[in-house]
Design a protein around this ligand. Structure first.
Ligand SMILES: [Zn+2]
Ligand SMILES: [Zn+2]
Length: 753
């Protein structure tokens, strides 16, 4: 591996130098000759070049981007065959600690370096040299008299109070003035025009000043004494790398506690990264942020426009102070000046990225904090076992919030035994729950019914031939969605119109819909509580951020009586009028049988329960279950979280499972079933043998076929001290992966399907 030299600041006269460039093109496999995607180029002798510079190059006759990784005087390739670098981007070079972080991620996840690098160089328009883009700032002469200015000029000057620099497009979009006003102001010297590459330290300083000003003018909100103490505890760890587990019951105000750390870092001119599990859903969170800080964070997720992302990318790479709040992909932004990372709801399995390259954002964020030498806070009410074991060993600092904020108390939790109080066939709400809901509706409170099943019914079966309607390209049953009138595969997303005709025998009107989804539950609610205002929170029904924000607002405003929701409702929402939460099927999820089924159910139910009674009115929680004696349910009811974690850990230890050991899954997929079987058979011959390392498989994956591809799996279980990546690399180096087979490596898998 190339070791980066520390002389990043040195500029080289590039004449006669050969430049090592790593490109954003992932080389197919890790065992190939060039796993780092590194190639040699000549540099145009007229330009200065340094490590970390982003460059445009040609590779196999295609234009692509890469990062300068080093220099050398000799190469095996004839100089006449070497290609020249096409151009050097004028954005500041990527910092060497960021490149080291990417190397470590590639090493750990076994994703090709080029693929990990592409996650950082994700917005190519950000480093394309568009000289046409000018940045404007208030001219330093500042000679104009404000009261003599036109309304639109005043508008622009006000805009600059919070934005030290901006493109014409940003100014126009946010103030509504015309381009000609901007141009006129440049002409008479009120605005200065700069090229992006000329961003100077003064710009950074003036951005910092504007953030400080905003924070001063923000409304002062008081921390409780418990919050203040917790914030102090975090701040004591905050000037170096450290991991803090911020462990607070739902509604205790963890957010404001970590806001204190963020505030401190911003005042020092630093950047902060806050990861949220479902950023698109959290308009309430962003409002809280704005209130506290007086300025807006940069919001980063897949729904943000590319033009906006480009500006964020540039600011982050240039080292401007500010806060990025985002989904897991924000972790790979090129922060030049990172001061703190926060992982909100650290236990959330949404942090595991399952597409493209597979990584766990929480775990990679801890690496990132290490390379940036900054603190990282893991906030949660239900710590993951991975974090809990580190707390026990003393590797993580543990800071606790034991009470809810203000006058709020923890809700009372009751179980309803579904065997004793069985609802009638085709219904899902038991008699005791019906009367509890009625009581709440009478006193004008809100009720939340939680059922983690999208659509109308999870199963459609033909009463004539008995065939379960299933996906044509996956081993997966089709879910009926009545609102959209579709049968849909939740595995691959494919859907077909619901025609009530059997896919197998063709008979019409024979499909029986079995089991509940949120839409069907809504039907039952309408008939039981006529007149109640009902809304469904599910990703199928609400699928754009504006729609979601509107619905959340109407709930907050008390315009809804009964909320029916999937796991989408469990995350972070604060509904002041909500005092009754009911879990329709507490056993869903416990039956899954995967490693984390119990842990996940406990976390999910704790989160849902935590939505109840977050303000003055005390809340109640009802869990309908056929297994009221299940350890997860008993622990939840009696608030014995730590005891539950202890039991789970004990079970994992006995079973030789994470977090005591490390798992790694290797999944081979192919459209050609025969070729796949033959290949995995060959792999068995070379199966490595080490003491204490168990390799299971090959076995068909539990969902054997997805999107027409057949899937075979090996599972490795090894002590944590073993370099499992090396075992996999050596093993795979023994036989090439044929071109019609794809390999996917999942270190620390969460999904066993
Ligand atoms: Zn049929
Ligand atoms: Zn499918």
């Amino acid at each position: 591996m190339t070791v980066l030299s520390n002389d990043q600041n040195k500029e080289y006269d590039s004449f006669s130098l050969i430049v090592k460039v790593r490109v954003i093109v992932p080389m197919l496999t890790h065992d190939s000759q060039n796993a780092h995607s590194e190639f040699d180029y000549l540099s145009d002798s007229s330009s200065k070049i340094q490590i970390g510079n982003i460059v445009k190059v040609s590779l196999a006759n295609k234009i692509t981007w890469g990062v300068v990784y080093g220099f050398k005087h000799e190469t095996n390739i004839a100089h006449t065959k070497l290609k020249s670098i096409i151009s050097i981007s004028s954005v500041p070079p990527i910092k060497s600690f960021n490149l080291k972080f990417l190397e470590r991620v590639s090493q750990y996840t076994m994703a090709p370096f080029g693929q990990v690098l592409r996650a950082m160089l994700c917005i190519q328009s950000a480093f394309k040299d568009d000289k046409s883009i000018n940045y404007f700032s208030l001219s330093s002469s500042n000679k104009f008299e404000t009261d003599k200015l036109s309304k639109s000029r005043k508008e622009i000057i006000n805009w600059f109070q919070n934005n030290p620099i901006g493109t014409a497009n940003a100014i126009i979009a946010e103030t509504g003035v015309s381009k000609s006003t901007v141009n006129a102001m440049v002409k008479c010297g009120q605005l200065a025009k700069n090229l992006f590459s000329s961003i100077q330290n003064e710009d950074v300083q003036s951005k910092l000043l504007s953030l400080k000003k905003a924070m001063q003018s923000a409304k002062k909100l008081n921390l409780s004494s418990m919050q203040a103490e917790a914030a102090l505890g975090i701040n004591q760890q905050s000037d170096k790398f450290s991991v803090v587990l911020l462990d607070g019951v739902t509604g205790s105000g963890k957010t404001e506690v970590y806001f204190e750390l963020v505030k401190k870092k911003i005042l020092l001119g630093k950047q902060c990264l806050i990861l949220l599990p479902e950023i698109a859903l959290t308009s309430g969170w962003v409002n809280r942020f704005n209130k506290w800080f007086g300025f807006e964070p940069y919001i980063w997720h897949s729904g943000i426009k590319a033009s906006k992302k480009k500006l964020i990318w540039r600011d982050v790479n240039a080292g401007f102070p500010g806060v990025v709040v985002g989904a897991r992909s924000a972790l790979f932004l090129p922060f030049a000046n990172l001061g703190a990372i926060i992982i909100d709801e650290e236990h959330d399995t949404g942090y595991k990225q399952e597409e493209q390259f597979i990584y766990h954002a929480r775990d990679m964020a801890i690496l990132r904090a290490k390379y940036s030498q900054c603190p990282i806070v893991l906030a949660t009410a239900t710590p993951s076992l991975e974090s809990w074991i580190n707390k026990i060993s003393g590797r993580y600092h543990h800071i606790k919030l034991t009470n809810r904020y203000g006058d709020a108390t923890m809700p009372a939790i009751e179980t309803i035994n579904l065997i004793k109080y069985k609802p009638p066939s085709g219904k899902w709400i038991s008699a005791p729950l019906i009367s509890a809901i009625k009581n709440r509706l009478v006193s004008k409170h809100q009720v939340l019914l939680y059922l983690n099943r999208r659509g109308y019914a999870p199963l459609a079966i033909c009463s004539d031939c008995g065939v379960k309607q299933s996906c044509q390209q996956c081993d997966s049953l089709l879910v009926t969605h009545k609102i959209k009138n579709q049968l849909r595969c939740h595995q691959c997303g494919v859907s077909r119109p619901f025609k009530n005709a059997c896919q197998s025998c063709g008979q019409v009107e024979t499909l029986q819909l079995i089991g509940p989804g949120v839409e069907r539950l809504a039907e039952e609610v309408y008939s039981l509580f006529p007149g109640a205002r009902v809304t469904i929170l599910s990703s199928d029904i609400l699928n754009n951020p504006i729609q979601i924000a509107k619905t959340i607002q109407s709930i907050e405003a008390g315009e809804v009586d009964i909320i029916i929701g999937t796991q989408m409702v469990a995350k972070g929402h604060h509904f002041p009028k909500l005092t009754c939460v009911a879990v329709i099927d507490g056993d869903l999820g416990l039956s899954g049988g995967d490693l984390r089924a119990g842990e996940r159910t406990f976390q999910m139910l704790s989160q849902v329960a935590g939505r109840s009674g977050r303000e003055k009115q005390a809340g109640s929680v009802y869990i309908q279950t056929a297994e009221p004696e299940h350890p997860a349910i008993v622990a939840l009811k009696s608030r014995q979280r730590d005891e539950y974690l202890r039991l789970e850990l004990e079970m994992r230890l006995t079973a030789n499972m994470p977090p005591y050991r490390r798992l790694a899954a290797i999944i081979y997929t192919s459209l050609n079933e025969v070729a796949l079987a033959a290949y995995v058979k060959k792999l068995i011959v070379f199966k490595p043998q080490f003491e204490e390392v168990d390799i299971y498989g090959p076995a068909p994956a539990p969902i054997y076929q997805i999107k027409k591809r057949y899937r075979m799996r090996f599972l490795i279980n090894a002590p944590k001290s073993v370099n499992v990546q090396k075992i996999i690399r050596d093993w795979n180096a023994s036989i090439r992966v044929p071109h019609n087979i794809k390999r996917q490596i999942d270190i620390d898998p969460y999904n066993f399907m």
